[in-house]
Design a protein around this ligand. Structure first.
Ligand code: NAD
Length: 433
């Protein structure tokens, strides 16, 4: 079975590499020649733990190739996955489906009869049926199957998530599509991974509802943190106890500066926009979007206020990526907080283990530093924004000695009293005394 993977971003590259690891012959296509050139040279274009080794091995063994030639790849493929971006449309928050439509048109022009077209990108309900009709109009009389196969991997643990998912969701409209997905995911099936075979519409809604729910959980605990701050509570103790209830679960109950990333912000906006459009208002998620945006602003205000109070002019920011173990900075809280600090007249020194090259062009005026210790040197305030392991093990006495001032904002609740002892730092965390 030959697989074509259209789009070699975070989802496409990881999926393509892992399908090759399953033993299939995979050709990954991207329209960006610079990305393809690097991949052809064996260079991994995103930072993702474990990906490097799998990519090298499968490319060497001849199961994995990279190209910009969509038509000839698709013409030879039995299963064609689409993993292009579905960003927010400017203004209304709806998902921008232009890349999906462009890929669908190119696939329609080139696919062979009985091909299986699978949308892996996150798309709003109705998109798979629309794409199916679009392809059918372009190639009347040519049989093909349409499948929705939303992806649930998390950046930072994407390979592990792909190889050991909680479940695989496939939406189908015919038996051939379902049979193809069972073959493609057979190695997971053998490991007893549940496979949900459902309708195209259900698969689309499952993906958005899952992300909306998780984003809501994060926003919920952030508001609990606010209450803890006002009342003397400790959000970590509260989260731990409520998370022990199986009906709630302990994951996504970490208070912080507001969620960011390539999925939650755009997916909650798109989900809310779909609800409005279909006259099924998703009022909870509308609120989640608003509260989360406000939260990032309020975090910046806290830091600016502390700078005013202490007469500080410079801030060190540790962590730019939206979470650890990725170089992805899309909608990272840092992209809101750093410009807000600069607008308040503060100079920003920053460090991130992997995200600097992505961040540098979009954060002008920042002084980039080689290490966390380098970044905090002379700074009046240090802000920990991403909980990279390298920051967890910082020696806070040394941090304090290097800094010009003594204020530490730990917006990920990483440090504890023991680590702070003797550092002389004025410590602010989220929702803890
Ligand atoms: P990305 O922006 O990292 O990658 C998309 C790639 O597609 C780019 O390299 C782009 O050049 C390429 N592309 C666009 N149009 C193309 C075309 N016509 N032909 C060939 N290549 C084309 O995106 P991503 O983060 O991998 O996300 C892809 C989809 O998966 C989105 O819908 C996203 O919501 C969803 N998703 C992402 C994650 C995640 O953690 N990133 C997780 C689950 C689902």
């Amino acid at each position: 079975m030959k697989i074509a993977m259209i789009g070699t971003g975070y989802v496409g590259l990881v999926s393509g590499v892992c399908f090759a690891e399953f033993g299939f012959s995979v050709t990954c296509v991207d329209k960006n020649p610079a990305i393809v050139k690097r991949l052809q040279a064996g260079e991994v274009t995103i930072f993702e733990p474990g990906l490097d080794e799998l990519l090298t091995r499968n490319a060497r063994d001849g199961r994995l190739t990279f190209t910009t030639e969509l038509a000839e790849t698709v013409a030879d493929a039995d299963v064609i996955f689409v993993a292009v971006g579905t960003p927010s449309r400017r203004g209304d928050g709806e998902a921008d489906l232009q890349y999906i439509h462009a890929a669908a048109d190119e696939i329609a022009a080139a696919m062979k009869p009985n091909a299986v077209v699978v949308i892996k990108s996150t798309v709003v309900v109705g998109t798979n049926a629309d794409v199916r009709d679009r392809i059918a109009r372009a190639r009347p009389g040519v049989p093909f199957s349409m499948v929705s196969n939303p992806e649930f991997l998390r950046e930072g643990s994407a390979v592990e998530d792909f190889l050991r998912p909680d479940r695989v969701v496939v939406g189908v409209h015919d038996d051939a599509g379902a049979a193809a997905m069972k073959r493609v995911y057979r190695p997971l099936y053998l490991r007893e991974t549940p496979m949900i075979v459902t309708t195209l519409e259900n698969a689309e809604i499952i993906k958005y509802a899952a992300n909306a729910f998780l984003a809501m959980k994060v926003t919920f605990i952030n508001e609990v943190a606010d209450l803890c701050e006002k009342s003397g509570g400790n959000v970590q103790d509260v989260a731990r106890a409520i998370g022990m209830d199986n009906r709630i679960g302990s994951k996504f109950l970490h208070a912080g500066p507001g969620f960011g990333g390539s999925c939650f912000p755009k997916d909650t906006r798109a989900y809310a926009a779909t609800g409005r459009k279909m006259n099924a208002p998703q009022t909870l998620i509308e609120q989640v979007v608003t509260v989360n945006e406000q939260r990032k602003r309020s975090m910046a205000e806290r830091i600016v206020e502390a700078a005013r109070r202490s007469g500080t002019k410079s801030v060190a920011v540790l962590g730019i990526a939206f979470k650890p173990n990725t170089d992805d900075i899309r909608e990272s809280p840092a992209l809101d907080i750093i410009p807000a600090l600069q607008n308040a007249g503060l100079a920003v020194r920053a460090h991130d283990p992997e995200a600097r090259s992505a961040a540098e062009p979009v954060l002008p005026g920042v002084t980039w530093c080689k290490s966390a210790y380098d970044a905090v040197e002379g700074a009046g305030i240090t802000v920990l924004l991403t909980e990279w392991n390298a920051y967890r093990s910082l020696n806070l006495k040394k941090v304090s000695q290097l800094m010009g001032g003594k204020i530490l904002f730990d917006l990920r609740n990483v440090f504890n009293d023991q680590e702070l002892e003797g550092s002389g730092l004025e410590y602010h965390s989220v929702g803890r005394p």
